[in-house]
Ligand binder design. Structure first.
Ligand SMILES: NC(=O)c1ccc[n+]([C@@H]2O[C@H](COP(=O)([O-])OP(=O)(O)OC[C@H]3O[C@@H](n4cnc5c(N)ncnc54)[C@H](OP(=O)(O)O)[C@@H]3O)[C@@H](O)[C@H]2O)c1
Length: 378
């Protein structure tokens, strides 16, 4: 007896969405529920129908009405890959309210509206999965929620933004100035036309907020996480990597460091509910020979300190269509197998408070920036 297919709508067929659609077209046998029913691609939403069809997307499935797909009673699962704030948030919320499972790679929406979306999923019983929102193709949220569930996570830190790591790596290896490397990264497609969200640290903050949800059981407010580098004269520094000069990179190298944009979050001592988290995203002086120091180009690396396991690390391709689609499809199969939401049966998150990290030893760059030093044990 053939089993009823699980019908999937994919919203967005850009860098990531088109790879997800291709998996349906080219590897349909790999997409099945646990009782063998096929996953069926039932609709693909884009803005520009002609462009998507010319790019090989199945014309008969294309729609420029994502809300209609979400509302269609024949759709069982919504895969949101449009990105940005709206209409993505509204579409995800509508799908969850209707009891439809949702898979998304949208770090902005999950970081800024995760608390409400988690409540909506819990209320309707729908599954909400977002592994691809952090670290692209690197499995990290699943292991945090599931394999490390018996641990108490003390701290998390990592390189979670490929664009800034590409820029800092090129500055260090080729001795180039920030503006020059940024322009080259934009030309090569490693940085967006408007790179603000990457270079000023907001993208890394979003990923840190999502990591903190799984690590500490709290939703943090992204706006409370500092992205600025202190200055030796005590004034407020620039955001993310925007103030890093070639001279700072060269002086750091002389001293045995590389500058990296490090997202970090630590449980504040004495708080057994984990509601207070010292979190920041800062350009940091990292020992050049440490695993984080050797994480170059668009690679990502996330390190987790937990008790009793000790330190575990996850590294790999943090972006790219194929790598990110790998995480999206993994989540889709998890949904099809009823494995639950990304928080994997953990209790509802509580609201967390962000506090500033303690003052650490710092490396003073010639520009006047004061880069915190990551301890050498990394
Ligand atoms: N790219 C990566 O390496 C990567 C890595 C990790 C996570 N992510 C996340 O994955 C998501 C998708 O990223 P992407 O790089 O694939 O984006 P993208 O290349 O810009 O593609 C976005 C797609 O969504 C469609 N779209 C946007 N707004 C729409 C609307 N209002 N109605 C209908 N369709 C709409 C676009 O259609 P048109 O082309 O017709 O406008 C396009 O097909 C984002 O949340 C991103 O943060 C991406």
């Amino acid at each position: 007896m053939s089993r009823a297919p699980l019908r999937v709508a994919v919203l967005g067929a850009g860098t990531v969405g088109r790879e997800v659609v291709r998996a349906f077209l080219e590897r349909p046998r790999s997409l099945r529920t646990s009782d063998g029913a096929p996953l069926e691609l039932a609709g693909v939403a884009v803005r520009d129908l002609a462009k998507a069809a010319a790019g090989g997307m199945p014309a008969e499935l294309l729609s420029d009405g994502p809300a209609h797909l979400v509302a269609d009673p024949k759709i069982d699962v919504v895969v949101e890959l449009m990105g940005g704030g709206e209409p993505a948030r509204t579409l995800i919320a509508a799908a969850l309210a209707a009891g439809k499972d949702v898979v998304t790679a949208n770090k902005h929406v999950i970081a800024h509206h995760g608390e409400a979306l988690e409540a909506a999923a819990r209320a309707s019983g729908a599954q909400l999965r977002f592994e691809a929102a952090v670290g692209g193709g690197i499995p990290v949220l699943g292991p945090l929620a599931l394999d490390l569930a018996a641990n108490r996570v003390e701290a998390i830190r990592g390189i979670v933004n490929g664009t800034t790591n590409f820029i800092l790596t090129a500055m260090a290896e080729r001795g180039l100035a920030y503006a020059e490397v940024l322009a080259a990264a934009q030309a090569a497609g490693y940085a967006e036309a408007d790179p603000t969200g990457d270079v000023e640290g907001a993208d890394a903050v979003n990923k840190l907020v999502i990591l903190a949800r799984l690590a500490f059981g709290v939703w943090l407010e992204p706006g409370e996480v500092s992205v600025s580098t202190a200055r030796t004269d005590g004034s407020a520094g620039l955001s993310g990597i925007t103030g890093v000069t070639g001279a700072d990179v060269a002086a750091a190298k002389e001293a045995g460091f590389v500058l990296k944009l490090i997202a970090s979050a630590a449980r504040v001592a004495g708080d057994d509910r984990g509601a207070q988290v010292a979190a920041a995203v800062r350009t940091t002086a990292v020992p050049g020979e440490s695993p984080l120091g050797r994480t170059n180009g668009v690679l990502n690396r996330i390190e987790i300190d937990a008790e009793p396991v000790g330190r575990v690390a996850f590294s790999g391709p943090g972006a790219g269509g194929g790598a990110t689609a790998s995480a999206v499809l993994g989540d889709l199969l998890a949904v099809a197998r009823d494995l639950g939401s990304t928080w994997a049966g953990r209790p509802p998150a509580i609201r967390g408070t962000v506090v500033a990290p303690p003052v650490e030893p710092a490396f003073a760059g010639p520009s006047g920036a004061r880069y915190p030093i990551l301890e050498a044990a990394s």
